[in-house]
Design a protein. Sequence first.
Length: 289
Amino acid sequence: MTRLVREPGALREACDEARARGHRVGLVPTMGALHAGHLSLIETARARGATHVALTIFVNPLQFAPTDDLDRYPRTLEADLARCRELGVDVVLAPADGAMYPPGFSSAVEVGGVTAPLEGVHRPGHFRGVTTIVAKLLNLAGPCVAVFGRKDYQQWRTLARMVRDLDMPVEVVGAPIVREPDGLALSSRNVYLAAAERARALGLVTGLRAAWDAFAAGERDPERVLALARGPVEASFDRVDYVALADADDLAPVGAELGARAVLAMAAHLGTTRLIDNVVLGEDPRPGF
C-alpha cells in the first residue's frame, strides 16, 4: 500500500525504517503529472536493486524563471497517487505548502562547469534550483539509488556531478528516454500542445534521427551533423534555443572532429511550450526505435 506523506521529515523516517528492515531504498524525484516515462524510473530503481521505492511530487519554484510556466505546470496529485499505488510505490512525499522552503530559507547548492552551456545559457538559475531541491531530497532519503530521466540529460549529468563532488551516499542512475510510438519524447508539457503543434513537435526527433543516421554512416564533421539536426527543428518550431553537440560526460564543446560519442541536445518552442530532447551519438539507439 502506498503511503502519502506531506512533511519532509516523514520521508526520512520511512526511508530509515526501510533500511533498518534490510531494504535498499530507491528514490524517484518528480514534479508530478506522471506519465509512462516517470513510471519507467520506478522500474529502473527496482532493476538496480531497490526494494523500497520512494517517489516525490513537488513543483519546485526555485527552478522556474519568472517567464517559465510555473503557474500552469500540470498538477494531478490524485491521478499520480493512483498510478503509484498500481506500481507498488511504498511512500510518496507531496510536500505541504511551505514545507520544503520554510520562512527564512536562504541556502543553495550550485554546481559549476557542466551547468554552464545549453540550459545554463537559456535558463539562468535553473540548475541552482534543481540541485538545491534534489540535495534536500537526497538528504531526506539517505543512502539510496536515485533515478532521473535522460530526457533531461544535462540535469542528470549535473546531479551525478553533485553527488560525486559532495560524497553523497547515492547511486545516480540515468534512465533511457521513453517515447511515443511516433518518436516524440514523453513530457508532462506535451499536454499543452494543440493537435497541429503536436505534429510539428516531431521536428525534434526528425532532426535527431537525421544526425544519428549520418553519424552511424561515418560522418564526424560536427557542423554537418548539426546542420542535419537543425534543419527539421528550425522548419517546425517557432523559436529554437539551441541545437548543439557536446561531450557526453561533461558537456564541454566538441572539437573539429567528433569522437566515438557525443550528446546532441536541443530545445525549442512551439507557442508558449518549450520542449527538449537529445541523443548520445555512438551510444544510444536510433531515437524512436
